[in-house]
Design a protein around this ligand. Structure first.
Ligand code: N01
Length: 560
């Protein structure tokens, strides 16, 4: 059954001065993979739901990240919806790793096929979401007015029984905070906020700041166009070749024939993928020759599977060092200038404890005559100047600057909205010492607020689409349960939340992850609490726990 996204008659008017707000069963914030699927599921329950989206189209992260070379680092056949058997069969991916335009095309196809757009309000940003205890409903305000009939000022307002954040984990680009940026006379760009019309760097002197995944993907493309490219690196990254190429149609046929089964296995796996599963062997219990053979096989296969070459790679410093040494040797084998190669070799954090990168000819790019690598760890960038930038060592002139400086990950988009729960308490205060959730799904004191792939869930450590579907399915089941049992609100108990946060921290502390200054730890944002935000216990274990909680009448939650 399909509901119509209009004020829901069953919900009734909301008391008080906001009685004119459009009332829905659910407001969903964001129209990426998560928001689209959530809308589809709630409609099937017969609920009224509206998606509020800042962009003028669907796609979320794949709408914004249009920088040259942007593509997925999970294989196309796994990085797609799995809830509908027809979708994987009818959609044909062209490459092993899909490019950003192809993924965006896919999401537009899904939005059309499921007729989702009529319930999405584009070019509108949610600014506040306040829980009204009297009505047990969320009051949501936006920055834009579509309802011209209202006489007051401000954006459209909504009231909803459920407020569902599908805001993404890497969707709040980190604005470059460099002194003097406004004085720069050339053009500057952020990879996470790229112009739709594209950028032509032909004949230009370009500076790229940052060497994370976005930089590693865009640098080879920019280098092929620019007159000269200077890369400013603070921390080198471990990157594995993608070995991208046309899709293997036989693999595609086999996978899509039994996609439900593939997806069931993916959800039960540690990282939400079935290709190149993590090994069960310890790196320290095999011979040197066997270790090298495994590393080489995974390097030749390409992609993120390198991180799962041995079970103890992110647990044992010795095991980790063997993987780090292997990749460093590869870098030195590719990059001809020994000093540049040395600079490109990560040395001061364990392998795979910052998100691994997957590249196409990244290291090879530094063999080009028109590319220079500058170490800004030893001589940091002091300021942007009208003509370029100055480090503590030297001054550089550019026609264009590209900031690949990343995101305020996992909490940035949520805390960018003024979210207030019971007693007017702000989420920003509740999370002042780091995010606290129960299962990454809900926050104590914020009834009926759901966070799809929120902090405290496996999210960014997995194939996001599998984790998104697991969360959306769980939330749908929860909302259905509430409807069936006449329950108006659900929220975690403080005790259940505290116990979960402690468990998330304990598991993280068994690994080497906390040793790196990564965005997983919030370390890329000055002043952000240093907390390992995702849950590293594995998606399969986690999904089972979520299912058990639901089967036990939503154990750990308070239902009223
Ligand atoms: O951002 P990042 P990203 N001076 O935070 C540097 C996903 N993703 O956009 O490491 C100089 O990784 C910073 O240096 P440091 C993926 O999960 C996926 O590249 O803080 N440098 C770092 O090098 C990824 O991990 C895909 O020392 C400064 C860089 O900027 C995540 O998004 C593609 C600086 C930021 O790297 C984020 O990736 C792209 C300063 N003041 C992204 N400030 C795929 O699916 C920051 N830096 C393939």
């Amino acid at each position: 059954m399909t509901a119509i996204a209009q004020p829901h008659p069953a919900t009734g008017p909301v008391d008080g001065p906001k009685a004119n707000d459009a009332a829905y069963d659910a407001i969903i914030v964001g129209a990426g993979f998560a928001g689209l699927y959530m809308l589809h599921r709630l409609r099937a329950l017969g609920l009224s739901a509206r998606v509020i989206e800042a962009a003028d189209g669907v796609g979320g992260t794949w709408y914004w990240n249009r920088y040259p070379g942007a593509r997925c680092d999970i294989e196309s056949l796994e990085y797609q919806y799995g809830f509908d058997d027809d979708l994987p069969r009818e959609w044909k991916w062209s490459e092993r790793y899909a490019s950003q335009p192809e993924i965006l095309h896919y999401l537009n196809h899904v939005a059309d096929k499921l007729d989702l757009r009529r319930d999405i309000q584009f070019e509108t940003r949610v600014t506040t979401a306040h829980f009204d205890e009297a009505s047990s409903r969320w009051q949501i305000e936006t920055d834009r007015r579509q309802d011209k009939s209202r006489m007051d000022f401000g954006g459209d307002r909504f009231s909803a029984a459920h407020c569902i954040m599908a805001t993404g984990c890497l969707s709040a680009p980190r604005r470059p905070g460099f002194k003097g940026l406004e004085s720069f006379e050339g053009d500057w760009y952020h990879t996470g906020y790229w112009p739709h019309e594209g950028v032509d760097f032909t004949g230009k002197r370009v500076g790229v700041i940052g060497t994370g995944s976005s930089a590693i993907q865009s640098i080879p493309h920019i280098a092929r166009q620019a007159a000269h490219l200077t890369v400013f690196q603070r921390t080198p990254n471990f990157s594995i070749p993608a070995h991208n190429g046309p899709i293997d149609h036989e693999v595609e046929r086999q996978m899509t024939e039994r996609y439900t089964e593939v997806r069931r296995r993916a959800r039960a796996s540690a990282a939400g993928v079935v290709s190149r599963a993590p090994s069960e062997r310890s790196a320290m219990q095999v011979s040197e020759a066997e270790r090298q053979e495994e590393f080489e096989a995974r390097w030749q296969y390409g992609g993120l599977g390198m991180g799962g070459a041995f079970i103890d790679i992110v647990i044992s410093p010795e095991a980790n060092e063997t993987a780090a040494d292997f990749v460093r040797a590869k870098i030195r084998g590719i990059v001809k200038d020994p000093a540049t190669a040395d600079l490109l070799c990560p040395k001061d954090y364990p392998f795979a404890t910052k998100r691994l990168c997957v590249d196409t000819e990244y290291f090879e790019t530094f063999n080009r005559d028109n590319v220079t690598l500058v170490d800004v760890k030893s001589s940091p960038i002091e300021e942007i100047t009208p003509k370029g930038l100055r480090t503590t060592d030297a001054e550089y002139e550019f026609d264009a600057l590209v900031f690949a400086t990343g995101f305020d990950a996992m909490t940035g988009a949520l805390l960018g909205i003024d979210i207030r729960g019971r007693g007017g308490n702000a989420l920003a205060d509740a999370w002042a010492a780091g995010p606290r959730t129960y299962l990454g799904l809900q926050v104590a004191g914020f009834p009926n607020l759901f966070t799809i792939t929120g902090p405290g869930s496996p999210s960014v450590l997995t194939n996001m689409i599998v984790s998104i579907e697991q969360h959306v399915d769980w939330i749908t089941g929860c909302v259905e349960y509430m409807l069936e049992h006449g329950i108006r609100t659900i929220e975690p108990s403080v005790e259940a939340q505290d116990a979960w946060v402690e468990h998330v921290n304990q598991v993280a502390n068994l690994t080497l992850f906390p040793r790196a200054n990564s965005w997983y730890m919030g370390a890329n944002i000055p002043g952000k609490p240093r907390v390992f935000m995702p849950y590293i216990g594995g998606l399969g274990t986690y999904a089972q726990k979520c299912d058990e909680v639901a089967a036990n009448g939503y154990e750990g939650f308070t239902l009223a």
